[in-house]
Every structure is written in C-alpha cells, then in structure tokens.
Design a protein around this ligand. Structure first.
Ligand SMILES: [Zn+2]
Ligand SMILES: [Zn+2]
Length: 175
C-alpha cells in the first residue's frame, strides 16, 4: 500500500514524527505500507477571507492532481478548514476515493504526544473514509464522528472490530 503524504505550504509542526507514527499505526491494518512525502501549494481560490478558513474540498481537488502510483494521497495543512454548512472540519475525504485531507490547526497542544496522537487519529479516520467506511456509533472507534477536540481525545486511534472487518473486506475487493 503506497501512501503519499502531502504537506501544504505553511509549517506542519513535527511533520517527520507524524509520518513515522502514522506509518507505524496504519501498518497494523494495511500491508507493506510505504509513505512518500510531497509538498503542494495551498489553492488561494480556496481561501475565504470572511471565514479565514480554506474550503476542504478544494484541497482534495489539488490532491487529485498529485501524480504518482499512489493508492492513497493524504494532505496535511496547518490552515483551518471548512465545508459548506459547517463551522469547521478536522478533515475531509472522498468516500470511497483516493484523497483525504486533515487540518492540524485545531489539534495543536503544548504536549507533543497528545498533538501527534490527535493527528494520527484524524489521518486514520479520513483514511478509513477513503476505503468506504462511514461513521461508527462506537465512541471508542477511530471512525466515530468528532465535532470537538473532546471527542477526538476520547476515541482511540484504532478501528473497532466491525470497522476493521469492513476495512479488510474492502481491501480484499481491491478497495
Ligand atoms: Zn468522518
Ligand atoms: Zn467502528
């Protein structure tokens, strides 16, 4: 499974640690994980001055154009993201699809471990969506919906048994 982690311009704190931890974590679920890193420019047309946020789906469009034989392309940005009708989103994904994006803007914490754990959870969550997984009612499952940091911190970075099974099934079908 070849993953491309795309850092949008602007500093992503502890990016190397994020890549290392994420690779290790998803290797529990995916075979032969390889993570490659790239950089892309933020699409300025995606910026809303009124909201001081970027439109998440516009970043997904940029990721769609990332060339390479990648199974999944995951973006990371330090800018805050929104989707129509929502004040903000931690991330967004094509479900199912190849692209997903996560914002670290609201995940920052003085404790680096807590910050890294949050980013890995949200990346894993969006990755799950790319494999067609929906939101899970198990609040401990990484696929449970989070609309606040409290909910991010409450869930584990792991897929519950049901979601792990769905993921395996989708992988077998060539997800
Ligand atoms: Zn979600
Ligand atoms: Zn679940």
């Amino acid at each position: 499974m070849k993953l491309c982690l795309v850092a949008f311009n602007g500093k992503i704190p502890l990016l190397s640690s994020i890549v290392g931890r994420f690779e290790e974590h998803v290797s529990e679920y995916l075979d032969e994980v390889e993570v490659e890193r790239k950089r892309e420019k933020l699409p300025e047309h995606a910026y809303s001055e009124v909201r001081d946020q970027y439109l998440a789906s516009a970043l997904l469009d940029i990721l769609r154009n990332v060339k390479g034989e990648y199974d999944r392309v995951l973006g990371l940005t330090s800018e805050d993201l929104y989707a129509p009708g929502l004040n903000f989103v931690f991330g967004q994904a094509r479900c199912p699809g190849r692209e997903a994006v996560v914002s670290v803007a609201r995940l920052l914490d003085p404790n680096p471990d807590l910050y890294l754990e949050r980013v890995v959870k949200e990346l894993t969550h969006e990755l799950g969506h790319t494999f067609g997984l929906g939101h899970c009612s198990d609040r401990n499952c990484v696929m449970s919906f989070s609309s606040s940091l409290l909910e991010v911190d409450r869930k584990s970075p792991n897929f519950c048994r049901k979601c792990a099974g769905l993921l395996r099934g989708n992988l077998k079908r060539g997800g």
